[in-house]
Design a protein around this ligand. Sequence first.
Ligand SMILES: Cc1ncc(COP(=O)(O)O)c(C=O)c1O
Length: 450
Amino acid sequence: MNSHSAGPRYQSIARQLKAAIEQGELLPGKRLPASRVYAQELGVSRATVESAYGELVAQGWLERQGQKGTFVSAGVVRGPTTPEPVWFGGEQPEPQPFQMGLPALDLFPRAVWARVMGRRLRTQTRFDLALGDVCGEMNLRNAIVEYLRFSRSIECMPEQVFVTTGYAASMALILQTLSKPGDRIWLEDPGFPLIRPLIASQQLELCPVPVDDDGMQIEEGMRLAPDARFALLTPAHQSPLGVALSLPRRHQLLDWAAHQAAWIIEDDYDSEFRYQGKPLPPIKSLDAPQRVIYAGTFSKSLFPALRCAWLVVPAPLVAQFRQQASYAACGVPLLWQQTLADFIHEGHFWRHLRKMRQHYAQRRQWLEQALAAHGFQVVPQQGGIQLVMSVEGDDRELAVRGRRAGLAVQALSDWRMNSQGASGLLMSFTNISSPAMAQQQVRMLQQAIK
Ligand SMILES: Cc1ncc(COP(=O)(O)O)c(C=O)c1O
């Protein structure tokens, strides 16, 4: 922004801000810096910045929200730019309204984490400076085993656990160990789109299998690609529809895999967050034929910047996975693995999970109520950290309009491959921290898509 425009200083600041809003650099809902901070940065008095903000509030470009600060108004008209879909993360310093894939960043016990990590750092020995186990630190793998036993009824040995830097790294390890070019893989349709390029890069053939109220239609999978070598599913809460794979289908899938010598990859990324009803057992806990590779992550239960996920592989595959893992060594720094192991062993993880279940149930309710109050309908879901809002017509167009208004909503159609079905907007509620915030964001959405 050019700071040498003519006119009183406050007017030139107001002009620059207005131009930034018009050009889409400052999106609706964006909080402006506190006037004191902005004044220091510009080398002007606080009153000058206050006057600039006041002018733009009067013109409707900005709105004040009491103690919370000054924000770019919802629904301001901007130029014709069409922002790209916001996936997970991106370069945004703060979560955008409805941004998916993020846990509640405001509720993570950062002080506890810092204390646990500080203690580890202070007590490290010179041996902690060397490379650790290529499959992950044993104390972390033990902690994961314990967590899986109590929380997911999965019995496994620490040797079966492989620590990785995230879901994509877990998938890469699986495919590099077990797949060959041309192998076919069942994928849920609709399903998580970001993993498809990675699978395609290993030269597998993607076989979309439709999803209904009972999860992936296993019979369709058997009809469309009976000889597939892999089936990748999110059985606890299908991503994005939130349905659970029914128990008969879990058994049907296991029978098929045992018969075909195929591998089931169970992506259990957000199963911790279920708000009603009793959870179904993970497929891994039913895995008598030893065909299930279980993929978990701490991205949702703790925080995604941790970059820590894990696999549990059937015992007969351990040597093969270990061999493959040794080519790259575990990418999660030792200090983080040790901190995480302590965090779990000392009970902080359990406390955090318990707290988050309550908060997410609450935050989801705030969003559902705000959507209902504005005449929107939510597709019923039993758990997870995102929801689907039903819409009429072209959801891609509506999602683009939402994103133009600074809202990180996604179109259900963008998650589909071959399947046809209802339109919807996908959104997360995890970072909605009050009923007023839910109302404000839904109001912005209504204005954007009406
Ligand atoms: C369906 C699904 N699986 C797994 C993950 C976990 O990814 P990561 O461990 O790389 O953060 C996500 C993250 O958003 C997801 O949406």
